[in-house]
Write a protein that binds this ligand. Structure first.
Ligand SMILES: Cc1cc2nc3c(=O)[nH]c(=O)nc-3n(C[C@H](O)[C@H](O)[C@H](O)COP(=O)(O)OP(=O)(O)OC[C@H]3O[C@@H](n4cnc5c(N)ncnc54)[C@H](O)[C@@H]3O)c2cc1C
Length: 382
């Protein structure tokens, strides 16, 4: 007999696991299977910078991230796992008058939401990080409550938490198709057999369009390789994560002392690609040593890459679609899906379990692209 589940979640990244955990813990829905084609942390969730911030430009993102930051702060105690949560703040830099105006508008939104961010002059930013060379920087914004976590234990924490409530997490199990009756899903087909279900969550990150296409649903997300690297460990000197909005450079110091960072590279063609390149190292080294000249003497120890999951308006795609019944989306989280997962997992689980219709689900529905209701997010890194 085929296996059955009340809900099947495709993707064992932070998003799928957070939804599974919240379904089981908050709503008592334990008959859930999470399908992951590879190992946990193989997707973007195991390859990111671990940055967690509420400095965004739109009210939705600021408010969501205030709640996510609260959940991150409580995560270690709730899950009994150390996620190396380090509240060192985020320092954003901008190098143009236009960038400054946009940053000021974002900071105003953050303060209206109660996330107390300050606009700073370059001199004030230098007081916080004296090692910075701010020649060319016109303004900065700083919030001490933004933070950094170590991504892997966060993913493992959700997986273990979900499993402890009865969720089945299947690694090395790839979804290869579906069976349907009219607009309803009847089975999810994997390379290890089929699972009978009528409710499916697509949390396959950069692979979400491939999964949706198996049901004839077209998602506008585009995968885009982003590279990142880690230096040899240094004694602690850098408190905030520093991000330069003019070129997408970002870097922070891990609790082990490494400088972990990356930069935008707009020459990378779209598509699933997780290879590392020397071009990235050149771009990153040039921008990093211009911003912190002292780092020119430091060695890179490790370099890796993952996929951003980009949408046309830089906001995610969540909730149900018109074409297929009970086919929920949770993708398109750009370069900030890790930090969004604690709050989105909670809200999506509530939406799936209780049918709660939040304004957010209409604002971020797939339908918005057809209807031309795009709301752009400007505070994007990378
Ligand atoms: C270099 C880099 C730096 C980043 N920095 C940050 C940061 O500082 N802060 C932040 O918040 N975010 C950051 N991000 C973005 C963040 O990592 C992602 O938004 C987030 O991890 C997405 O989680 P996810 O669960 O949606 O996707 P993923 O973690 O990619 O998980 C999707 C999973 O689905 C699986 N899958 C795909 N197809 C199938 C199938 N057919 N069957 C079964 N399983 C399948 C994949 O194997 C994958 O494991 C960064 C990303 C990168 C690449």
């Amino acid at each position: 007999m085929a296996e059955r589940a009340q809900i099947v979640i495709i993707g064992g990244g932070i998003m799928g696991l957070s939804i599974a955990y919240n379904l089981a813990k908050n709503h008592g829905i334990k008959d859930v299977v999470v399908l992951e084609k590879s190992y946990l942390c193989s997707g973007a969730s195991g390859r990111n910078g671990g940055g967690v911030r509420a400095q965004f430009g739109s009210e939705s993102n600021v408010r969501l991230m205030q709640e996510s930051l609260r959940l991150c702060r409580e995560f270690a105690a709730e899950m009994k796992i150390n996620v190396w949560f380090r509240e060192g703040g985020y320092l954003f830099l901008t190098r143009s008058a236009e960038g400054q105006a946009s940053l000021e508008a974002s900071v105003a939104v953050q303060n209206e939401c109660g996330h107390p961010t300050e606009m700073w002059s370059p001199a004030e930013a230098k007081k916080l990080v004296p090692e910075l060379d701010l020649d060319g920087v016109v303004a900065a914004s700083y919030n001490p409550n933004d933070a950094v976590v170590f991504p892997w234990p966060f993913v493992w924490g959700y997986a273990r938490g979900a499993q402890s409530h009865g969720v089945r997490v299947r690694t090395f199990t790839r979804v290869i198709g579906f069976e349907t009756r009219g607009k309803a899903i009847t089975k999810v087909v994997t390379d290890h057999g089929a699972i009978e279900t009528s409710r499916v969550v697509n949390a396959a990150g950069a692979w979400s369009p491939q999964v949706a296409a198996m049901l004839g649903v077209e998602l506008p997300n585009k995968p885009h390789r982003h590279e990142i690297c880690s230096s040899e460990p240094l004694k602690p000197w850098l408190t905030p994560l520093v991000a330069d909005l003019s070129n997408g450079l970002y870097f922070s110091q891990s609790t082990r002392g490494e400088i972990v960072g990356g930069i935008s590279n707009h020459d990378v063609p779209e598509g699933i690609d997780m290879e590392s390149s020397s071009k990235f190292l050149g771009l990153y080294a040039k921008a990093l040593t211009r911003t912190v000249p002292l780092l020119g003497a430091v060695k890179v120890l490790r370099q890796w890459a993952g996929c951003y999951d980009l949408t046309p308006d830089q906001n995610p795609i969540v909730g149900q679609v018109d074409e297929v019944e009970e086919f929920y989306q949770a993708s398109g989280f750009m370069g900030h899906g890790f930090m969004m997962a604690p709050v989105m997992g909670k809200l999506l689980a509530q939406h799936i379990a209780e049918g709660t219709e939040l304004p957010l689900f209409s604002r971020w529905s797939l339908r918005r692209f057809k209807e031309g209701r795009l709301l752009r997010e400007h505070m994007i890194i990378g």
